[in-house]
Design a protein around this ligand. Structure first.
Ligand code: ADP
Ligand code: MG
Length: 407
């Protein structure tokens, strides 16, 4: 029920391109990209916005882009300016993207007044204004007054109720306009929400990363849906402790041991924990590693990866899977010598996709691992949103989606 309501929103792809010509379209994108020395170092999120921007410019719309970058905490901060994004976007689109050095106010209105059909402008970082994160109604109204249609394509910010996301959508709708999902948002929802509602079975989830705490809701929501839930990463340590095992100097969430115990009881045989682990005395490059059974973790050991027996077991389960969701690395994959388990899982997900399974990866670090494994092109979908994808997997309704016009 909640699931169908979630997808029953008007989409940009539902609109006739002819109806877009000459209209000023406000697009909330997610250009929250890493910058170094004033240059974009990873433009994945900018590339992910291109289908929506191109659809609009080719239809003859005037495209006004809004985005946040980083956490400037409501004040202008030159290190978090979107100017480098405007340059990269222009290069990718092969057209000039006019950058407005203010997120709102007269300069934005003037620049929009000077636009012609097919033009693209990008406003400065919306979070330079305190009203964005505060979901200030007046700010949302001011943005809404700049255009005739709102397209939310910022999946990575869809779990936040900010003035430039849900606030703007609501303001546009209050003025009698429409707020629709952009192509990226539509795609994210299709994979993360719709496809998981009726998964082809076996449905296998792989969860890892540092902490259980941020992912409890995901585990609870996925447990009844999946056939198998494979747990790796430091998250597994907390489950080990719930089983009464020694975890040495490993990362453990002491205050979640009881919860891990409850989840294990609830999951019965669905939950698959590592059989063996790679351990080191220190989490640092060049540290000597050993493989031990999960029952033989020493007092001074730190678990840094899943062991070879576990890899074989997980890969075997993934071989038969027809739907896979993966979130969170199997170990401290940032260090090459500790990355083997994570890289092998990335390859196993890609191989399952080659065989026709649906494989979805959520989470920034897991996406980076897929890139390191060189399998990005073989995965059905790699989500551009960390927090938003976790919220969706947990079955939550995203404000950025709920605020759109109903289909
Ligand atoms: P994602 O971004 O894919 O959601 P997380 O942010 O939850 O993933 O977790 C990623 C982090 O977990 C990585 O920085 C990785 O080093 C850490 N991690 C994974 N396994 C371990 C471990 N055994 N011990 C300490 N840290 C770990
Ligand atoms: Mg992360």
């Amino acid at each position: 029920m909640a699931d169908s309501a979630r997808s029953a929103k008007k989409r940009l792809s539902d609109l006739e391109p002819a109806s877009l010509a000459g209209r000023t379209v406000l697009v909330r994108a997610d250009f929250n990209v890493p910058l170094e020395d004033g240059e974009v170092v990873d433009d994945q999120r900018i590339r992910a916005s291109l289908p929506t921007v191109r659809l609009l410019t080719e239809a003859g719309a005037r495209v006004v882009l809004l985005s946040h970058l980083g956490r400037p905490k409501g004040k202008p901060n030159p290190a978090m300016s979107l100017a480098p994004v405007a340059r990269r976007l222009g290069a990718l689109l092969d057209t000039e993207v006019h950058f407005v050095p203010e997120p709102s106010g007269p300069p934005a209105a003037e620049a929009i007044g000077a636009m012609t059909d097919g033009d693209v402008i990008l406003l400065e970082n919306t979070r330079f204004l305190a009203g964005d994160a505060a979901n200030d109604r007046e700010l949302a109204e001011a943005w809404a007054g700049l255009g005739d249609l709102f397209v939310n394509d910022a999946f990575g910010a869809a779990h936040r109720a900010h003035a430039s996301t849900s606030g703007l959508a609501e303001a546009v709708v209050r003025r009698g306009g429409e707020a629709v999902a952009g192509l990226l948002l539509e795609e994210e929802l299709r994979y993360l929400a719709d496809a998981l509602d009726e998964p082809k079975r076996p449905f296998v989830a792989v969860l890892g990363g540092a902490k259980i705490s941020g992912k409890i809701d995901v585990i609870s929501a996925l447990l009844p849906k999946v056939d198998r839930l494979l747990i790796g990463g430091a998250m597994a340590n907390t489950f080990f402790r719930a089983q009464g095992l020694e975890t040495g100097a490993s990362l453990v969430e002491e205050d979640r041991i009881e919860l891990a115990d409850e989840l294990m009881n609830q999951a019965a045989d669905k939950l698959v924990l590592p059989l063996d682990c790679v351990v080191a005395a220190e989490i640092e490059e060049g540290a000597a590693t050993r493989t031990v059974s999960r029952t033989a973790i020493g007092e001074r050991d730190r678990v840094i990866d899943i062991g070879p027996e576990t890899r074989a077991l997980f890969i075997d389960v993934l071989k038969g899977a027809r739907t896979i969701v993966w979130n969170g690395p199997m170990g401290v994959f940032e260090i090459d010598a500790f990355a083997e388990g994570t890289i092998e899982i990335a390859r196993a997900v890609a191989e399952a996709c080659d065989r026709g399974a649906l494989g979805v990866i959520g989470g920034g670090d897991s996406g980076a691992a897929a890139e390191r494994a060189g399998v990005v092109d073989r995965i059905s979908h790699i989500s551009t949103g960390g927090g938003a994808s976790l919220d969706l997997l947990a079955g939550a309704e995203l404000p950025g989606v709920a605020s759109l016009t109903d289909a």
